[in-house]
Design a binder for this molecule. Structure first.
Ligand code: PEP
Ligand code: MN
Length: 334
């Protein structure tokens, strides 16, 4: 349920109402906008006397939220959420370019790529240290050493780092990571999501290979219900019967998620297509669809990459694309 307060409601009256609602066993999410305050009520609202709430002098209107997701619902938080990703704002008009290799391989590799994407204007560096791989015999990341190399690259370039956490037992190793990525395969690892709800880091939540948008939002809800509201949603392509691309980029996810939720939405055209030659077109399409950022795989030597070389852009290709993205952003925000 949401309760919209009349503009200019004093703090004392607002606090009194919140206390009363909490006393009835409700959890109250407060969204203070420029013009109005919206109280999102979580709990069994059937126990509340809605007519009574509606009749209060400070209440403008009361309505039910029928969707099962509450904390990530735009009705609870009408204004866009701006997530601070290691100091870089994402969402609410702030566009972020996240780039780097699929996996961190060597110091030379990550430094070369980090410097190149920084020179091309990237805002954050991505790189996997713990890699979910379909085959147990494939390279699965440098683990703690990979995180170490990311820290070195951050120190060299100043770019905050984004990297995937697969197992909550590794959380301690991630204490100075700027953004924790939850990969597509873990989107419904509910224990992991619940634990991340108690941490104070932004979470980049990727859509599962075969998950609906409602399921993606319910996963964000797991994190937010625990108190961590810093969630960035990522559309990375879903499984369809497409046979010439790795996945199908569901671009309509961007405006639909923006309608339903206040969370920032970014697009990953690399995993969506699986082919580097298709990445620029779909990256530009993502920007045109209103994405709040792009996450793109870049490798200095894609042919010899230990993971996802076929979909990785070379630094010069990334730089060229970045320039086009800047041009398209101008049109989108005009
Ligand atoms: C990745 O970002 O490298 C990755 C493994 O992505 P996804 O979880 O979307 O497959
Ligand atoms: Mn990858």
């Amino acid at each position: 349920m949401i309760v919209v307060l009349k503009p200019g409601t004093g703090a004392e009256k607002k606090e009194k109402l919140i206390q009363w609602l909490e006393h009835q066993g409700m959890r109250v999410h407060i969204s203070d906008g420029d013009y109005q305050t919206v109280l999102g009520i979580i709990g069994d609202a059937s126990r509340l006397d809605l007519d009574l709430v509606e009749s209060l002098e400070i209440v403008d209107k009361v309505s039910r939220v029928t969707e099962p997701f509450k904390c990530c619902n735009r009705k609870f938080h009408p204004e866009d959420m701006v997530v601070s990703a290691g100091g870089v704002p994402v969402g609410g008009g702030h566009f972020a370019m996240i780039a780097g290799p699929c996996s961190v391989e060597t110091e030379e590799q990550i430094l070369t790529v980090a410097k190149a994407v920084k020179a091309a204007g990237a805002d954050l560096l991505r790189g996997g240290a713990f890699k979910p791989r379909t085959s147990p015999y494939d390279f699965s990341g440098l683990k703690a050493r990979g995180l170490e190399l990311l820290r070195i690259a951050r120190a060299e370039t100043g770019l905050p780092i984004v990297t995937e956490l697969m197992d909550i037992r590794d959380l301690e190793l991630f204490s100075d990571v700027d953004v924790i990525q939850v990969g597509a395969r873990n989107m419904q690892n509910f224990d992991l999501l619940r634990e991340l709800g108690h941490c104070d880091k932004p979470i980049l939540l990727k859509r599962g290979l075969a998950n609906t948008l409602r399921e993606l939002l319910m996963s964000a809800e797991y994190i937010m219900a625990g108190g961590n509201e810093q969630v960035i949603l990522c559309e990375r392509g879903i499984r369809t019967f497409a046979d010439y691309t790795r996945n199908t980029l569901d671009l309509s996810a961007v405006p639909v998620l923006h309608e339903l939720s206040h969370l920032p939405v970014i697009v990953d055209p690399s995993h969506a297509t699986g082919l580097s030659r298709l990445v620029p077109s779909m990256a530009m399409a993502g920007v045109a669809a209103g994405a709040d950022g792009l996450m793109i795989e870049v490798h200095n030597d894609p042919i010899h990459a230990l993971c996802d070389g076929a979909q990785s852009l070379r630094p010069e290709e990334y730089a060229k694309l970045s320039e086009k993205v800047r041009q398209i952003r101008k049109v989108v925000t005009a």
